[in-house]
Design a protein around this ligand. Sequence first.
Ligand SMILES: Cc1cc2nc3c(=O)[nH]c(=O)nc-3n(C[C@H](O)[C@H](O)[C@H](O)COP(=O)(O)OP(=O)(O)OC[C@H]3O[C@@H](n4cnc5c(N)ncnc54)[C@H](O)[C@@H]3O)c2cc1C
Length: 443
Amino acid sequence: MTESAVVGRGLDGLRDVVSGEVLADGDAGYAEAGRVVAADRRPQVVVRCAGPADVVAALRYAEAQDLPIAIRSGGHNAAGFGTNDGGVVIDVRPMGEVKVLPNDVVRVGAGATWGEVAARLSELGLAISSGDTASVGVGGLMAGGGIGWMVRKYGLAIDNVVSAEVVTADGSVRRVDAANEPELFWGLRGAAGSLGVVTSYDITAVRQPTVHFGTLLYPWTQTEQVLNGWVEYAATAPESLTSSLQLAPTMMADRQVPVAIMVCVAGDPAVLEPLRNLGTLLTDKVTEVPYAEVLSDMSMPADWQPRIRNGLFDMWWPDLTGRLLEARQQLPAMAMEIRALGGAFGAMPADATAFAHRDAQFMVNSVLMGSVEAQGSQPGEFDAFWQTLRPNGAYVNFLSDPTDEDIELCYPESHRALLAALKQEVDPGHMFRNALSVSPRPE
Ligand SMILES: Cc1cc2nc3c(=O)[nH]c(=O)nc-3n(C[C@H](O)[C@H](O)[C@H](O)COP(=O)(O)OP(=O)(O)OC[C@H]3O[C@@H](n4cnc5c(N)ncnc54)[C@H](O)[C@@H]3O)c2cc1C
């Protein structure tokens, strides 16, 4: 592709050089192409990139036309970052190949979904700890970190990356690793969406064909006791155990919703015994399954507008249980999940990746369910509740309405300074920009 083929010839020039699909208003499939899980927008053009050269063409086009860019992989970002109005969507989904290389390294296209990756690796008895949802994209989850069902055993998804191929704002296609462009390799692992378009990752998979996975259910009347007992055990348990405690919205089941602990054991299931004694077990559905089966999908009604916010906590504050349970009663549409961290996640030094918060022991994640009408005044109360919680940090991938303060929560000062310097080097014009991206360092 020559630069002049794109620059100055508008959409026709773009169509001529791109080998994937180019969809603009009037093309079949355009409306669907502008839609992601959390947003329905009308980009000027969606470029479904078949390879890095298509990404370069899309970037050159956006630059020549002075249009904003959105990167789209699985389309699950809660803030709708995967699309835009009037701009260029760089859709990496066609680059979804999963290829096994020597030494259990897997080359994963950024457009694959984690369900596809898990299914392919399952045939070989391999696994990569990613997230809990099959249809989430490799590109977006990796951009922020990837907190999955084996995070305590194998760390974040980014912790197992050995190299990445990325197209940067200047149109160069770079393969980066710990030896080649180590700063960019550092930045991609936690802030990729600010730095370029990743086309593939090489990730070391683990030999983990099966896990013990399932749900333990206790009566709603024992919620406080079970939560406190779980907190005491979960983050210091053997790292083969990754668990989360789920509190469904109290608007369900006349407020008497059982408390659920979801578990995934990559090892001896005896680590579950202390959990079975936390309260009166109503259900004990833990079975050995192929890892690929633990990834699931949930659908939601089209008119729902979930509001999502999370906080990372270095320790369980003495009054945290009370405050969460109180908020839960005040916000009947709010679902909460508390994920235990620690283990291999915490063994990584905080400065090793752009994801910073390695001291976090727990992530409290909350979702306000329902349509805007059904939520009524709850969004305001939800935000006010989070204002008072003051977590130690936040995870960039679970924020539907990010603010400037959220950038500070996601990336502490030392990380922000490094990212700003890196951004100045690889994207001085701030092409890769969304509400959670770090700006280039001012001159
Ligand atoms: C139902 C559900 C369950 C989830 N479960 C988990 C979980 O268990 N663990 C977890 O960690 N997260 C989880 N998430 C959060 C998820 O990681 C983020 O929403 C993520 O942004 C989704 O990735 P995507 O590719 O599907 O999104 P997209 O909307 O396609 O992309 C989001 C953004 O990621 C960046 N990005 C995407 N692709 C690339 C690329 N190739 N190069 C550079 N940047 C890129 C861009 O900024 C892009 O705009 C979940 C989300 C949902 C909706």
